[in-house]
Design a protein around this ligand. Structure first.
Ligand SMILES: C[S@@+](CC[C@H](N)C(=O)[O-])C[C@H]1O[C@@H](n2cnc3c(N)ncnc32)[C@H](O)[C@@H]1O
Length: 279
């Protein structure tokens, strides 16, 4: 039976392993993938495969997000309990978890990148395709008045991140948003785009470039994983360095490479004048 767009989207969102994903991302992936498979069942499979690759593969062990949210809420006001909880929760996201063995190196490097001048801390940060990265907040030393706005397509992650921001008393919000189809608008001091470019470009080549072009930020941190999820190295550093160079060509940023274990990382500083004050 030939596939209609609406039927494929409906079938994917009805599946247990996919119903937590942004309907906008499911619709966008269906637009791209369904026309390549004339039969309904094949179209659904193609869409699921792509969604697994760009999102589900990272959170295979996130079984009880509601329990996590309850535990976070119960720890509100107890910074030590929230720190302990955030470490155990971060192990639920493969990509975020990769940083944990090196947290003593990662945290100072991120602090320097996020807040180069302690006297002028950022007022708004946008974390695009955040995973559980915002759970590192207790180590970053940001003022809790700094708006930390986090976006991901996985509503289970966003539920956890939102509860965490609230319990930690951090300004800002967590939003389910397909940042590739609906780029984040508004000004900010800093955009964080960690290990997200391959996911964006897997849906549609050139997508990450459009996301970068839409940014209105003074600084961005952009990283690539230099190991695959399975642990293989496969020359990823050299490949992603070339991707990075092509990605920022002609954009108004100057790039500085940063040492971050397991990641190829750059800071981008705007060269054509800072955007107006953050929203
Ligand atoms: C490789 S992980 C990186 C997570 C996090 N930035 C980190 O470094 O720990 C990619 C994340 O991007 C999210 N994602 C993939 N495509 C997205 C999109 N179009 N919009 C928003 N989030 C997306 C996935 O759900 C996943 O959590």
């Amino acid at each position: 039976m030939p596939a209609t767009h609406a039927q494929v989207v409906e079938a994917v969102l009805a599946a247990r392993h996919f119903r937590h994903l942004s309907p906008e991302l499911v619709a966008r992936v269906t637009n791209i993938e369904a026309p390549k498979a004339p039969r309904h069942a094949d179209a659904v499979d193609r869409v699921k495969k792509r969604l697994h690759q760009v999102s589900n593969a990272y959170a295979p062990s996130l079984h009880a997000p509601r329990d996590a949210i309850e535990a976070i809420r119960a720890a509100t006001g107890d910074d030590d309990a929230l720190r302990t909880l955030s470490i155990s929760l971060m192990y639920g996201h493969a990509s975020t978890a990769e940083r944990l063995p090196d947290i003593d190196i990662v945290v100072p490097a991120l602090r320097r990148a996020i807040m180069p001048d302690a006297a002028a801390p950022p007022r708004r940060i946008i974390d695009l395709a955040c995973g559980l990265n915002p759970l590192l907040l207790p180590w970053l030393g940001l003022p809790r008045t700094c708006k930390y706005d986090a976006y991901d397509v996985d509503s289970r992650l966003i539920g956890i991140v939102g509860a965490f921001l609230e319990a930690w008393g951090q300004a800002g919000a967590a939003t389910v948003q397909d940042v590739g189809g609906d780029p984040v608008r508004g000004t900010a001091d800093l955009a964080i785009l960690m290990k997200a470019v391959p996911c964006l470009d897997q849906v549609q080549p050139g997508n990450a470039r459009r996301v970068l072009e839409a940014l209105d930020v003074r600084r961005a941190i952009i990283t690539w994983p230099v190991q695959s999820l399975g642990g293989a190295q496969k020359g990823m550093r050299a490949t992603y360095r070339r991707t990075f160079e092509a990605l920022i060509e002609g954009l108004p940023y100057v790039a500085t490479e940063v040492t971050l274990p397991g990641e190829l990382a750059f800071i981008l500083d705007r060269t054509d004048g800072a955007p107006s004050d953050p929203d």
